[in-house]
Design a binder for this molecule. Structure first.
Ligand code: SF4
Length: 600
């Protein structure tokens, strides 16, 4: 049994830290991480409460396979009501923090209330205490990690940067310098609670080593030297650009003429100064894939020429960041995009929402909805690497027009009278796939419980086969349920791309967890999690009107690529999707569905 069966509950208002037993009945129904954290959140908070109020809770949740010998078994999730979306948020991170929390003896860490002054939480196995963090408030993630660990690499830190403190709506929680629970503004919630960081050192180990031989045997099934190992996720850029689903300039185009300048080859080939962007790859705890990119900016580049502190290596571009800080804003300068990515890690911002919000601001500027008197003199034009770097610095520090962009594209575009220019669902900016050539992804974005996201459904292979919508509703529904389960195990979803099947996940969980964890049960648990999230959102006030896409994707035909001339046929797919889910025409789970899932 690899649940530690313990929850650490921290009340910031009272300043208390208490250990309580994990609800094992819920663990059998929701497994761990995303599922179990969502169950606790659903039971303990009023979904209608303001995300930034003391009534919101922030749950750090590991899975039963976190901290084990399973490849990629180092994941944790941060579950809360999202500051960006007002919907349930569940952001997943790797690195080493999650495993350390588990090895300190906790499945879940529940943060409640609001501290009167900045604090950080220090955990050393059974010893948990809140410490004064006034000296850290206003400092970056990188500084905070250095200050708290004081050179001891065994202490793992998850923290927020100045963006989370200043109320940037897409602030994230960063651990291990460049791994992040990135989406939906979970770092904004942490900042509102005045919790700067969580530092953890765990030596308790796992409750049992049962089943570990199975885990090791399964690890051998992960293909070595997969595309992820060699190229990270960036290899996808060639695929989507050729297909015509690479969002470009706020989705005005779907192919980027300079994609190769921010792609794999550009990252791996020395530039004319002999400088190579890629230094090496990196892996999270226990991972045998190692998709992470460690990169260096050319020291002679304008963005860092006078800033030696950025001349070292750090987390580099991945496919999503290369899109958000590249094609989405029309920028083909790999060093500028890498610099903006460094700032995201250092100041604690979700690069996808940051890039999507800057892209919206650039379109507002280009159509004349805002001008340089509003942008503090900045010429915010698509393709300007200088503008990308400058506005990212302003957003990170909460300065000038950066404060408007820090609200996220939805609030920004509403403020300046063009809400339709926000390329977002439920307030969360699109990931790197356009829903016109990829119809299944369009449906996946619209129905995602946490807003637009590429990691909530897996219609990729079918979308790349055909732009037809036949059968896509069922594929989206089924893969949403499967991913909800994988996100609850403690494993990384990229294991699917490296060779594991649903049967492998069920065998892995079954090997280490008490109870029957057949493939059928796994799918039922995933469906239960999805419906629980949906129920949270309904109580938070979200409904049928929120399962939609921006007008551009629904009404403006794709200008090129395989999907040329197509719009997303969302309204044709949605009824089939609701039917497949056992929901009514308004997208509400029926009483029969709720009863079947034990959610009455
Ligand atoms: S595949 Fe990549 S993101 Fe997933 S655990 Fe491994 S290094 Fe981390």
């Amino acid at each position: 049994m690899t649940w530690q069966q313990r929850v650490l509950r921290v009340n910031l208002t009272r300043g208390s830290c208490e250990v309580e037993p994990l609800n094992m009945e819920w663990a059998q129904q929701y497994l761990g991480q995303r599922g179990l954290g969502s169950k606790y959140l659903y039971e303990e908070m009023d979904p209608a409460a303001d995300a930034l109020s003391a009534a919101n809770k922030l749950i750090f949740a590991t899975g039963p396979l976190t901290g084990t010998l399973a490849s990629t078994g180092g994941r944790y999730s941060v579950i809360t009501k999202g500051a960006l979306t007002g919907a349930i948020a569940s952001s997943n991170s790797g690195g080493k923090f999650g495993a350390e929390l588990k090895l300190a003896g906790y499945d879940l860490l529940i943060i409640e209330g609001e501290s009167p002054k900045p604090v950080y939480l220090s955990i050393e196995d059974d010893r948990a205490q809140l410490c004064d963090a006034r000296h850290l408030w206003g400092t970056t993630v990188w500084h905070t990690e250095e200050a708290i660990t004081a050179g001891n690499p065994q202490i793992k830190v998850a923290s927020i940067g100045p963006a989370g403190e200043s109320g940037c709506r897409f602030a994230c929680v960063v651990n291990d310098r460049h791994r992040a629970a990135g989406r939906s503004g979970v770092g904004t919630v942490m900042g509102a609670k005045k919790l700067k960081a969580i530092a953890v050192r765990g030596t308790r180990g796992l409750a049992s080593a049962q089943g570990h031989a199975t885990l090791i045997a399964k690890n051998r099934k992960i293909k070595q030297n997969t595309g992820y190992t060699m190229n990270g996720t960036l290899g996808m850029m060639d695929v989507t650009n050729r297909f015509g689903s690479l969002p470009t300039r706020n989705n005005r185009q779907v192919q980027f003429e300079d994609a190769e300048k921010i792609g794999v080859k550009a990252m791996q080939t020395p530039n004319r100064n002999g400088h190579r962007n890629l230094v090496t790859n990196a892996a999270c705890f226990g991972c045998t894939i190692g998709c992470g990119r460690i990169c260096k900016i050319d020291p002679s580049h304008f963005s860092v020429r006078d800033k030696p502190e950025y001349h070292g290596a750090s987390g580099g571009l991945e496919y999503e960041t290369a899109y958000a800080l590249g094609s989405a804003v029309g920028v083909s300068d790999i060093d500028a995009a890498t610099y903006a990515g460094f700032l995201c890690n250092e100041y604690g911002m979700d690069p996808i929402s940051l890039g999507g919000s800057i892209a919206a601001a650039m379109e507002l500027y280009e159509i004349g909805a805002i001008d340089s008197t509003i942008t503090d003199g900045l010429e915010l034009r698509f393709g300007s690497a200088e503008a990308l770097c400058t506005i990212t610095e302003w957003i990170a520090r909460g300065e000038g027009f950066g404060q408007d962009v820090a609200m996220g594209s939805k609030r920004l575009c509403q403020k300046y009278g063009y809400p339709e220019l926000s390329m977002a669902v439920k307030g969360q900016e699109f990931a790197a796939y356009d829903g016109r050539a990829m119809q299944g992804m369009g449906l996946g974005y619209a129905t995602s419980n946490r807003g637009a996201c590429h990691l909530r459904a897996d219609p990729y292979s079918h979308d790349f086969k055909t732009t037809d919508i036949e059968g896509k509703a069922a594929i989206v529904k089924n893969t949403q349920d499967e991913i909800a389960f994988i996100d609850s195990t403690g494993l990384c979803a990229f294991t699917g791309g490296a060779g594991w099947s649903m049967n492998d996940y069920s065998e892995l969980v079954d090997a280490v967890c008490e109870g029957d964890w057949s493939e059928d049960k796994m799918r039922l648990v995933g469906e239960r999690i999805w419906n629980l999230e949906k129920q949270f959102n309904r109580k938070a006030g979200l409904g049928r009107a929120d399962d939609t896409l921006p007008r551009r994707i629904l009404d403006e035909p794709a200008p090129s690529g395989v999907g040329k001339g197509l719009v997303c046929r969302l309204e044709d797919m949605l009824p089939d999707y609701y039917r497949a889910r056992g929901w009514d025409d308004e997208g509400n789970p029926t009483a029969t569905t709720l009863a079947r899932l034990g959610l009455e």
